[in-house]
Ligand binder design. Structure first.
Ligand code: MC0
Length: 147
């Protein structure tokens, strides 16, 4: 019997974009796309400083899928390595899930590698894991569970 697909995927939570300079990128998104900063924080464990943005007509209602700008805090962080190799651009697609441990276990059953055995803390302190881009058609997929 083939393994079941990952269940409990609720929505696209955010689209993550790697940038070298957070302030400059936020200004660009504000000026070009009428973006509004919803949230900004540092995550030392992930080595990033991030800004979550609403764009365009979604700004007033704050609906829709936010854009997450991610800048490196350290030269050896995942974002710094991504920028070195690929330059600025889309780095990840995040799916909000009901249960990140269950979704990760289901992914492993599908022979999709997860980057962590146990979830770590992401934006807002929510639980996160990642699916390896080489097992997902070249896309780094984040699984994120609201806490
Ligand atoms: C690497 N590759 C990617 C990729 N990063 N492909 C698509 N999207 C990406 N983001 C490709 C490389 O080009 C390479 O392909 C292969 O995967 C192996 O990569 P590598 O050169 O070994 O690169 P590393 O050492 O940087 O590792 C990649 C890996 C890493 C995905 C394991 O970035 C990682 O651990 N990411 C998860 C954590 C993370 O991204 N944190 C920052 C966001 P070739 O063909 O050359 O072999 S923090 C966050 O997102 C939090 C705050 C949140 O939202 O809650």
């Amino acid at each position: 019997m083939s393994p079941i697909a990952i269940t409990g995927i609720l929505a696209i939570d955010h689209v993550g974009i790697a940038v070298p300079d957070l302030a400059a990128a936020v200004t660009f998104y504000q000026d070009a796309f009428n973006a509004q900063v919803l949230h900004q924080e540092e995550n030392q464990e992930q080595g990033v400083v991030e800004a979550m943005l609403a764009i365009g007509s979604e700004v007033g209602a704050k609906t829709g899928t936010p854009i997450q700008l991610l800048a490196p805090l350290t030269p050896d962080s995942a974002i710094a390595r991504f920028l070195d190799k690929s330059g600025p651009g889309m780095q990840q697609l995040a799916f909000r899930v009901e249960d990140v441990r269950q979704a990760a276990a289901q992914a492993r059953n599908l022979r999709i590698r997860t980057l962590y055995e146990e979830p770590k803390r992401g934006t807002h302190g929510w639980l996160i894991n990642f699916l390896h881009p080489k097992d997902c058609g070249g896309v780094l997929i984040e699984l994120i569970e609201e806490q």
